[in-house]
Design a protein around this ligand. Sequence first.
Ligand code: ATP
Ligand code: MG
Ligand code: MG
Length: 385
Amino acid sequence: PATLGVMGGGQLGRMFAHAAQSMGFKVAVLEPSSDCPAGQAADSMIVAGYDDQSALAALGAQCVAVTTEFENVPADSLALLAQQTFVAPAAQCVSVAQDRLLEKRFFVDCAPLSGVMPAPHKTIASTEDIDAIPDDLLPGILKTVRMGYDGKGQVRVKTRADVAAAFAAMNGVTCLLEKMLPLAYEVSVLTARGADGESVVYPIAENVHRDGILFTTTVPGPNVSDECALRAQDAARSIVAQLGYVGVLCIEFFVLQDGTLVVNEMAPRPHNSGHYTIDACVTSQFAQQVRAMARLPLGDVRQHSPAIMLNILGDVWYEGSGDAVREPDWAKVLALPGACLHLYGKEEPRRARKMGHLTLVAPSLAEAHAKLRSACAILNIGLDE
Ligand code: ATP
Ligand code: MG
Ligand code: MG
């Protein structure tokens, strides 16, 4: 069998490996830490840094195609691999998504055709930049340009003094000040585009975040109108085409209280908000990534069941605020009809660490929601409704 390569050893690589293997491929993972979720599932592992030239050469030599599951893999490494084998997504696409400034500029450039703009923003690279902040960008959120995820590297700011303090605390890295927008709700659109330029767009997903981390994804979204779904899907299709992207990509949008659609960011890979596709769609986002990178026809994105995905963080291993941990009662969770449990094989259940996810599928969204309530009761997760 042919081997597909993955840069990165996290849960996205693990679920990718499962999908690839079920389609008859072997999977090789390159990741610096030998004990990782994707490594446990892969057929072979290269334990090395993401920029290790001989490791990259070894990966390129054994794989018919290479992808990435890690957003911050050095773009240069993907460019190097591309001299040897087919790489999707391409280095240039990944580097745009790695830099919030390039990403925002790209979204602005796309706007005439995509019809959506990013939040008003300004680069903050020096104290002079802080003096020049226009009044209407405050209150806002100061975000590091690179490396932020799950709300890390972000500070909410009200005044110029807040910006100065937050910027100083970021140790001189370039930041972006983004205007705080009045969100009604958040959605994401998962897309896949093949090397032949054909693209598919999954149903729109509605996302709820808690403490900066994705909490639930509900599809179909209870707040999403057909008109909003079409606008976001058209925008996503336009953006991936303008990027010349190959592979699975997820675009996050804000829907403002006045109905305006704002593009937030994109992830050049399968995405947490797309995990529901494993259990609720004909082709999962991971199977779709396999198809795109292996230059096979893209799969049917049809959703066959309403679904709610709940992220399972390390917190559910803890009772109260102490340090004692115990295994959650998975048997009780699995007794719920329509409960699909995915655990990532991580040994240490640290708080706020993504340990797994649970997708509740049901004939109706109301029933899926009832199961979510039951699952949250078993796992001691508060649901503020
Ligand atoms: P991810 O884990 O999704 O990659 P991230 O750390 O890259 O997250 P963002 O997605 O930019 O960060 O922001 C995290 C969350 O913060 C958003 O999902 C949204 O809830 C809130 N947020 C971000 N920017 C804004 C904004 N301009 N106005 C209002 N809320 C915002
Ligand atoms: Mg992000
Ligand atoms: Mg985000």
